[in-house]
Design a protein. Structure first.
Length: 280
């Protein structure tokens, strides 16, 4: 409103003065000056315009696979088991403004900025820490990890594994949130703690986790043949590069290289991963 009023007032004032500068009439100059002053007043009173567009923000979360009285699994050898939520932190919300005007005239993805304006979009990301019970301990280790059915590398997760020994202590992350002396150590239960998982890629929910668990025979059980094994014969019967310790690439087209002996997300050859699992 101030822009309209002051533009008209500036034009009237310029008409009363008369004359011109550089080919511009005093009416045009007065209208421009009045419009600039009025626009500044409008912005102070009504702000910069519409609010920034918010994307990815949710107002309700649900935990999956958390229920009372769920039996603790018993595992022998090597088995894939699902994770049961036994503890979860509060959701942490992080907002970041993305300048939609950046990135080549709107064709790019934009750049992150610290403050949001009317031309920005505000992206929300949600992070959560939680503990997943696996099975009765004591296990040797956790091998592969699947999230919603897709295998991921452990190095991509901020994850700690508790084997379920009778001497394990409370997790420091849980203890930092709940307070010292208020956290059980879950002795005798194997579990993992995952810190600050970004839930954005999983529909802002804790996804379904599955773990490959290795559990040898326990001291009070009869020794099994697996622990009595003294040697293993390695026969290259699965391919030309089955026993190669470095990744071998091949491709029919220029620039197309396909690994011939690396089919896991661990960043190692199949032979190296197999030896690591055999040792577990």
């Amino acid at each position: 409103m101030a822009t309209i009023v002051l533009s008209a007032a500036g034009a009237a004032l310029g008409a009363s003065i008369g004359g011109g500068v550089l080919g511009l009439s005093s009416v045009a100059i007065g209208r421009a000056i009045g419009g600039i002053v009025g626009s500044a007043i409008d912005q102070k009173i009504m702000g910069d315009g519409s609010q920034a567009v918010e994307t990815g923000r949710v107002d309700r979360f649900r935990l999956t696979s958390a229920s009372e009285g769920t039996p603790i699994s018993r595992v022998w050898g090597r088995m894939r088991v699902g994770g049961q939520i036994i503890w979860a932190s509060r959701i942490r919300e992080a907002a970041q403004a993305v300048d939609e005007g950046a990135g080549g005239g709107g064709f790019g993805k934009g750049v992150l900025t610290s403050t949001a304006s009317a031309s920005d979009a505000v992206e929300y990301h949600y992070y959560q820490s939680f503990a997943l019970g696996l099975c009765e301990g004591e296990i040797a280790r956790v091998g592969r990890v699947w999230i919603d059915g897709t295998e991921v590398a452990q190095s991509d997760l901020n994850m700690r594994v508790y084997t379920g020994s009778e001497a394990q202590g409370p997790d420091p992350k849980i203890e930092a949130i709940e307070g010292a002396g208020n956290v059980p150590a879950y002795r005798g239960t194997a579990y993992v703690v995952i810190e600050e998982l970004d839930l954005t890629a999983y529909g802002n929910r804790i996804p379904v986790f599955n773990f490959e668990v290795f559990r040898p025979e326990q001291p009070d059980q009869t020794s099994e043949i697996a622990r009595g094994t003294r040697a293993v014969a390695l026969i290259p019967g699965t391919g030309e590069y089955a026993l190669a310790t470095t990744t071998v690439h091949a491709g029919d087209l220029p620039g197309q290289k396909v690994p011939q002996n690396e089919h896991t997300p661990f960043g190692m050859t199949d032979f190296a991963v197999s030896l690591d699992m055999l040792d577990g």
